[in-house]
Design a protein around this ligand. Structure first.
Ligand code: IMP
Length: 202
């Protein structure tokens, strides 16, 4: 069975493929469907964006589509950067700029108030328009300077709860076991196993 991942982000494809590795699923990406349109992430929730992307891609490919939307919520910043995580420092901002803005916004926030969580919503859309969503969370705190070179995004400043190292200092396998995307994908995987008879014909 084919599933199209609604992303061109290579790190996300690697991470998702690794987690879905044990299943009888042929993973395709948007690079296999160059004519599919870019979908604008203009919803104000992670779920809204994930469902919008998955529906657009199943419509364009006629295959089951999986999209995710994820980001970082800092409690002391009332949930920012939230759905703006990828472009917190402006449209087209890179990870270094986004982290720079976050650390500067948080410079006066004391250590005990630097709690944050990563959120991931995965949406599955079938060609008939049916959708399912799966959520995952990773609780932790924001450090004061970037540490580590693994991962992507805000990983160098995110310390998962109970750890003294950032996500960027962990191996991919260690991060998968704790991450919001790992948690959401576990729910997705359980669902796929339980509903095999529905999707194997598609
Ligand atoms: P999107 O899900 O592609 O819209 O990306 C959301 C943004 O949230 C990314 O560009 C990162 O800045 C951030 N983000 C999401 N997941 C992670 C993660 O696992 N580590 C670090 N940053 C993340």
């Amino acid at each position: 069975m084919d599933i199209v991942l609604a992303t061109r982000n290579k790190k996300k494809v690697e991470e998702m493929s690794r987690i879905l590795g044990g299943m009888d699923i042929n993973i395709l990406t948007l690079d296999d469907f160059p004519s599919c349109p870019e979908v604008e992430e203009d919803a104000n929730t992670f779920e809204g964006n994930a469902v919008k992307k998955a529906l657009a891609i199943t419509k364009c490919t006629n295959k089951i589509a999986v999209a995710d939307d994820s980001g970082l919520e800092v409690y002391a910043l009332n949930g920012a950067p939230g759905v703006m995580s990828a472009r917190y420092a402006g449209e087209g901002a890179d990870d270094v700029a986004n982290i720079g803005k976050l650390l500067s916004e948080m410079k006066d926030i004391p250590d005990e108030q630097r709690g944050a969580r990563f959120v991931c919503c995965i949406a599955l859309a079938y060609p008939n328009g049916k959708t399912e969503t799966f959520f995952g969370f990773a609780e932790g705190r924001i450090g004061r300077e970037p540490r580590g070179r693994m991962g992507f995004g805000y990983d160098p400043v995110f310390y998962p709860a109970g750890y003294e190292v950032t996500f960027a200092e962990m191996s991919p396998e260690e991060k998968d076991a704790l991450s919001h995307r790992g948690n959401a994908l576990e729910g997705f995987k359980k669902y796929m196993k339980a509903h095999y008879s529905e999707y194997k014909e598609i």
